[in-house]
Design a protein around this ligand. Structure first.
Ligand SMILES: Nc1ncnc2c1ncn2[C@@H]1O[C@H](COP(=O)(O)OP(=O)(O)O)[C@@H](O)[C@H]1O
Ligand SMILES: [Mg+2]
Length: 287
């Protein structure tokens, strides 16, 4: 089987165990995980520490290969040696710590690193670097030394470095975990723009529920399994389940639930502060 035909990335009954130094399996990090991701989709993956999110992320571009089951990227099996390079270029990865991802002395040299490794001609590299920096809003820092940047700016440069390779999909593993609130917002805005305006498929792993709320679909993991998935409005209504899985309930949803308990007729789909404000104003105008 070549994977689901409407699916850009197909994870088919994937199990994975890390092996220790002795070569013995060290418990199951992924347990029969199946997931289809459509082209252009924005999927958030949430779950408590150790639930298997990073292990799953590394399967999406062949950094890890399934112990059993298969992962297909644009019709290519990640186990297929001959597609390894193609798959890495199709699915770009961004990790938590921008300092570990930045390699060069200036921002533009850093972003050029990937395209240079692709062996592209100099002019094309130049235009890709310029475009990538523009997309993440960092053009004016092209000649700056990366260490002079804020955390959010560094992470945007790291994203630009991946974008310059023209991936169709971006997998980001807790990209805002080390950032302050301003940096988090900058990076989230960048991610949304890449998805909405550039049509890049996004898989965002996050432990911030207010970030997951921005996705089209939320996948919840626990102990190596997918235990829940659906649109944010549906997944985040299940406050008891979220608590059971030791996930934070987004404050706005918590508030909406308390107000409903006090018989306030709020609509179901309140996920953001703006939606809460609109709903409350609506109620007030009806009184
Ligand atoms: N390199 C590794 N070697 C052995 N076990 C690992 C390794 N990385 C992760 N694990 C284990 O695999 C499980 C899933 O980890 P991980 O995918 O990192 O979860 P998450 O990203 O959700 O925190 C955990 O039990 C973790 O201890
Ligand atoms: Mg992780």
């Amino acid at each position: 089987m070549m994977g689901n035909k409407d699916s850009f990335i197909t994870v088919d009954k994937v199990s994975f165990s890390y092996t220790g130094e002795s070569g013995a399996a060290e418990g199951t990090a992924l347990d029969q995980v199946s997931l289809n991701i459509a082209a252009g989709e924005f999927v958030a993956i949430v779950g408590h520490n150790g639930s298997g999110k990073s292990t799953l992320a590394k399967h999406l571009n062949g950094l890890l290969l399934p112990t059993s089951g298969d992962v297909w990227v644009a019709g290519m099996n990640t186990k297929d040696e001959q597609h390894r390079w193609d798959i890495r270029q199709t699915v770009g990865m961004v990790f938590q710590n921008p300092d570990n991802q930045i390699v060069a002395a200036t921002v533009e040299e850093d972003v050029a690193f990937g395209p240079e490794n692709l062996g592209l001609p100099t002019e094309l590299i130049r235009s890709r670097v310029d475009e990538a920096l523009a997309v993440v809003g960092m053009s004016e820092y092209a000649e700056a030394p990366p260490h002079s940047l804020s955390g959010g700016q560094k992470q945007r440069v790291a994203i630009a470095g991946v974008i310059a390779m023209r991936p169709r999909c971006l997998v980001l593993d807790e990209p805002t975990a080390m950032l302050d609130p301003v940096g988090r917002r900058e990076v989230m805005e960048t991610i949304s723009r890449l998805n909405e305006e550039e049509g890049i498929t996004v898989v965002l792993i996050t432990h911030f529920m207010d970030e997951a709320v921005k996705a089209h679909r939320v996948v919840v993991m626990d102990e190596g399994k997918i235990v829940q998935e659906g649109q944010p409005a549906a997944v985040f209504q299940e406050i008891d389940l979220l608590r059971e899985l030791r996930l934070d309930v987004p404050p706005v949803i918590e508030l909406a639930s308390r107000l409903r308990a006090k018989s306030l007729a709020l609509p179901e789909a309140i996920l953001t502060v703006d939606e809460m404000v609109t709903a409350l104003c609506q109620l007030r105008s009806e009184v």
